[in-house]
Design a binder for this molecule. Sequence first.
Ligand code: NAG
Ligand code: NAG
Length: 261
Amino acid sequence: MPLRCPQLSPAVKMHFFARILLAGLAAAVQAQWQHVSDAEFHSLVDSNDLLLAAFVAPWTGPCKSLASEWAATKSQLTYPAVSIDCTANQTLCSAHNVHSYPAIRLFRGPHEWVRYRGPRKASAIVPFVRRASLPVVSEVNIKNITALTGIDRVTFVAYLKEDDHSMRSRFTKVAETFRDQFVFGISNDKRLAEKENIAFPSIIAYRTDVGDQEVLQGTVTRSVIGKFILEAGKPLIDELTRRNEIDYMSVTLTTPLLTRD
Ligand SMILES: *[C@@H]1O[C@H](CO)[C@@H](O)[C@H](O)[C@H]1NC(C)=O
Ligand SMILES: *[C@@H]1O[C@H](CO)[C@@H](O)[C@H](O)[C@H]1NC(C)=O
């Protein structure tokens, strides 16, 4: 998509370009963008399980404010986080249908990617990538549960007996729907269940952001699990933009969560 300049008188045009130049210089001072070329992008996306990419038009306001957050994101991730300057060469950005800047996407190889829609802050982007690097559901026990609950602000752990295949399958299906938003675990550790003072089967929402827990007890349907997750994950909504909120709600309407199983 070409970037269009409005038709302006020569004097205004001079002013306009002077401002762009100044904005460009300011961005160069405050920002630490280190853009990759098309070839570098292709080689990195081929050789990494996960690659985070920001498609930017560096002189636009939202991209300028992303610059320092992107540098912070890069320094905290074990996966590469690259940026592509869509104003320097449109080829790659057009090929990926980038229509607004910045567009942040997480690639799993060259053909599979998901859009990042959360706040453009390192504190939200980093947990997003860490969640994506986990399996849909991680096994945990009394020794290592805190490694999982420490990743993000809300973690759901299902406490299930080893042979409870139907609850395991329901929980996993719901986790697939929400893996972009929350971290999910399963435990059959009796000592951990005792410590948490719950009986099998139960699901605990660990909310480190507000410092509490919520519990859903008993054998329940996917629909009930889905509603519990939306409800217990709610504090997150404050941080989502209106657009995200709509997407967030539509996830629950378009997936078969609400059918009984
Ligand atoms: C843009 O990148 C493509 C490769 O993806 C290359 O073929 C083309 O020559 C580049 N254009 C410019 C102006 O650098
Ligand atoms: C916790 O430990 C168990 C048993 O060693 C292991 O299978 C599981 O992957 C570990 N989970 C995490 C999140 O490290």
